[in-house]
Write a protein that binds this ligand. Sequence first.
Ligand SMILES: Cc1cc2nc3c(=O)[nH]c(=O)nc-3n(C[C@H](O)[C@H](O)[C@H](O)COP(=O)(O)OP(=O)(O)OC[C@H]3O[C@@H](n4cnc5c(N)ncnc54)[C@H](O)[C@@H]3O)c2cc1C
Length: 309
Amino acid sequence: MDRDLVLLSLMRKFEEEGIECANALPLSSKTSFKIGGPADLAVFPKDEGELEYIMAYLGDREMPYIVIGNGSNILFDDAGYRGCVIFTERMNKVTVDGNRITAGAGASFTALAVTAKNASLTGLEFAYGIPGSVGGAVVMNAGAYGGEVAQALESCTLYDAEKCEVRILTKDEMELSYRHSIFSENKKYICISATFTLKEGKKDEIDAVMRDLMQRRISKQPLEYPSAGSVFKRPAPDLFVGKMIEESGLKGYTIGGAQVSEKHAGFIINVGGATAKDVLDLVGHIQGVIRQNYGVEIECEIRRAGTGE
Ligand SMILES: Cc1cc2nc3c(=O)[nH]c(=O)nc-3n(C[C@H](O)[C@H](O)[C@H](O)COP(=O)(O)OP(=O)(O)OC[C@H]3O[C@@H](n4cnc5c(N)ncnc54)[C@H](O)[C@@H]3O)c2cc1C
């Protein structure tokens, strides 16, 4: 069947089931970089049942798909995405049970830190200010200022799109390391929710730590511009890419609308009208300079997605 007809029939099917959908949704409106062309089909499941329903139909029609949380670590192509983009933002239920918090993949990671604080639970302070979803944070093993998901995670409920089943993995089964999880190699896994085990703490002390971390972010990061955070992974624990980029004189280096931030050289910012190509050309330039100056290969932390990937 013609691809457009397949997409149309999928959209009808999902809408009949009451699932929110959109066609030709500009991905620039859904990413922190403000870059990306249209998604053929965008779907917004609100729970596990709707997600399973969507996955069954996408699998049947062999339709490419990608799952997106808050779009704060992704660079979509200028041509957009040929297939279905599944947004988890409506799967955002959060429950507190004693010292355990379970959150849907689409819940805000920063809001989760606030929930923990309000319940006088310590262990998620580092999450305050990370602009991702819980799912995105688990997938990336997100971290900041000495904290990371691995320190607080108890388990993760995921959908295995190959076996068409829901499974629960314990933290030890999640293969968590620096910006890596079991999701990194298993593109058919979708995080549905995650449970964190925290410790009892004092609300005012937790609040003070969170405020301090936010202040540090505001003073060091170019939050006034669209970006996707730190572009590159640290190549080794003691090697800081931002410092190497700065020492190489690349602060302010600009290609099109993409610029190495003057405030934090590890960030590429969209100073206006940046395309994915501008960002990728700038990434390539930085990698070349760092290779030449330090003999070090730097790898992107930001994920890429585009035509049929
Ligand atoms: C200003 C700024 C500051 C930042 N600071 C930090 C920081 O301090 N520490 C840090 O670690 N990161 C930081 N980031 C990067 C980013 O916020 C994190 O990586 C975050 O965890 C990404 O979550 P997300 O929901 O936005 O993921 P998305 O960008 O939506 O997706 C990222 C990847 O995860 C996959 N994914 C998302 N949700 C799911 C799911 N439910 N199941 C399966 N796969 C999924 C996507 O397909 C994609 O490959 C920053 C970004 C910005 C813009």
